[in-house]
Design a binder for this molecule. Structure first.
Ligand code: HEM
Length: 441
């Protein structure tokens, strides 16, 4: 029977505010309870439908750019401007994705992999021996790591990598302050928050355009060392300065804080499980991390890679993803209309006992057998389809090398694990995780 006139079932919530209060009091709990009560497709509000069936989620993700438009929490709210940039330049963006990444994944990422460990080592040494907020340290590392990937290929421009990373961090902080409070204000209003948002965005823009000008002046190089090389002289050679700026800006902003959130969860897991640290350490020692001249890749550290995959399963930083419906379409048995919005919660799919054995256990070994340890499409920490995370391989490389480095070089002391709160905000992060990283002799 057609469901053309049958509404998607779901809780109607309270007068005027609907389900917002219940959701905001306990986001994951609300979604899990509602899924239990109404099934894998339920209505959150008159315009928003939540889809939790992995096959349906996959179907929507692969049809993005056609019936659906990506509306990621990574680039939502006040930062929706970046979504506009992507949408306005969708054809350029999609072709840069294809060309740029093919180039980077060959020569560029090998050069980058060998710089990555050095960068992590420098940041960790700066913070070792005193209590720190783990999330800010890891976020600072992942910010610098991605700025290095974009711009760090020429040692003579090295100092600017840190400056760009810091500018992006300030801009992301200003954007999230704006998102949390001023969403409804028009953006031309000169409130302090809006002025800060504009000023910090302008700082990022000036820093990136300055890098582009300098790099053009320095001329071509035979080997690609970073993304800017690739965009100016490789696969993206036909792009204007403005388009190159857009790509760098989107990459730096979309990745902001994401690998840092995962690394923080791994630090927490290490603090809870000394055997896990010992296994990662043994593997890294055997592979020669930090002692061998050859740069290591994820394939050299399979157990560490499994630890990272398991952390991304239990604590996916992008725990909630969204799509706008742009054309009348069907999802499973439901007809949906333009103007409606879909949400999927990776966190809940990743812990659903229908798709996973022992989903509440942290078991890296589940990834070491030959077959995927889950039901079809039930694992998507990087999304899927045409808008799958651009940095998925890079993100894995960062996480695997940093995890191995942490285990071999530090003993981690966390005074109070119970004070750590799992916070499903724009990203899923462990709030309140403070640790001392003691350098090992
Ligand atoms: C732990 C590491 C990371 C995770 C879990 C992650 C996750 C994701 C997810 C789930 C999406 C898709 C969102 C959606 O479909 O709505 C996404 C998009 C994106 N990610 Fe990542 N990400 C990570 C690291 C990175 C890194 C290191 C970069 C930098 C190269 C990056 C750049 C991007 C970009 C540019 C997009 C938007 C792509 C587009 O819309 O075409 N990510 N990421």
């Amino acid at each position: 029977m057609s469901n053309r006139y049958r509404p998607v079932p779901g809780p109607s919530g309270r007068f005027l505010i609907g389900n917002t209060y219940e959701y905001d009091s306990d986001r994951l709990g609300f979604l899990a309870r509602t899924q239990r009560e109404y099934g894998d497709v339920f209505r959150f509000s008159p315009t928003t439908v939540v889809v939790q069936d992995p096959e349906l989620i996959h179907d929507v993700l692969v049809r993005t750019n056609a019936e659906f438009r990506a509306e990621s929490p990574l680039v939502s709210g006040a930062a929706a401007r970046f979504q506009d940039i992507i949408d306005r330049r969708l054809p350029v963006w999609m072709s840069t994705r294809r060309k740029g990444w093919r180039g980077m994944n060959s020569s560029g990422s090998v050069a980058y992999g060998s710089r990555l460990v050095g960068r992590f080592a420098a940041i960790m040494d700066e913070h070792a021996g005193r209590e720190v907020d783990v999330l800010s340290v890891m976020r600072s590392f992942s910010g610098q790591a991605i700025a290095d990937f974009c711009l760090g290929g020429r040692p003579e421009h090295g100092a600017s990598v840190r400056a760009v990373a810091e500018a992006v961090d300030r801009a992301a902080t200003a954007a999230s302050a704006l998102m949390s409070s001023s969403l409804t204000l028009p953006h031309w209003l000169p409130t302090p928050r809006i002025r800060r948002f504009r000023r910090t965005a302008q700082e990022v823009r000036s820093a990136l355009l300055d890098q582009i000008t300098r790099r053009r002046a320095a001329g071509d190089r035979p080997d690609t060392q970073d993304l800017l090389d690739e965009l100016l002289h490789g696969a993206g050679a036909e792009l204007t300065d403005e388009a190159v700026y857009d790509v760098l800006n989107v990459v730096l902003r979309a990745s902001h804080g994401v690998p840092g959130a995962s690394l923080s969860w791994i630090v927490r897991q290490f603090a809870m499980d000394p055997d896990l640290v010992a296994r990662v350490r043994a593997e890294a020692d055997e592979a020669g991390l930090g002692t061998s001249d050859a740069p290591l890749g994820t394939a050299d550290l399979p157990y560490t890679e499994a630890v990272v995959k398991e952390a991304l399963r239990m604590y996916p930083p992008t725990w909630l993803m969204g799509r706008d419906i742009v054309r009348e379409t069907r999802v499973g048995e439901w007809n949906l209309q333009p103007g409606q919005h879909l949400m999927f919660c990776a966190y809940l799919v990743h812990r659903d006992p229908r798709w996973w054995k022992d989903p509440e256990e942290f078991l890296p070994q589940r990834w070491l057998g030959g077959d995927p340890p889950h039901g079809r499409y039930a694992y998507f920490p990087f999304g899927a389809g045409p808008r799958i995370c651009l940095g998925n391989q890079l993100g894995m490389l960062q996480l695997v090398l940093a995890t191995a480095w942490l285990a071999t070089r530090f003993d981690i002391e966390v005074a109070d694990l119970r004070s750590v709160v799992s916070a499903p905000q724009a990203l899923l992060v462990p709030h309140g995780l403070r640790a001392v990283f003691h350098a090992r002799a």
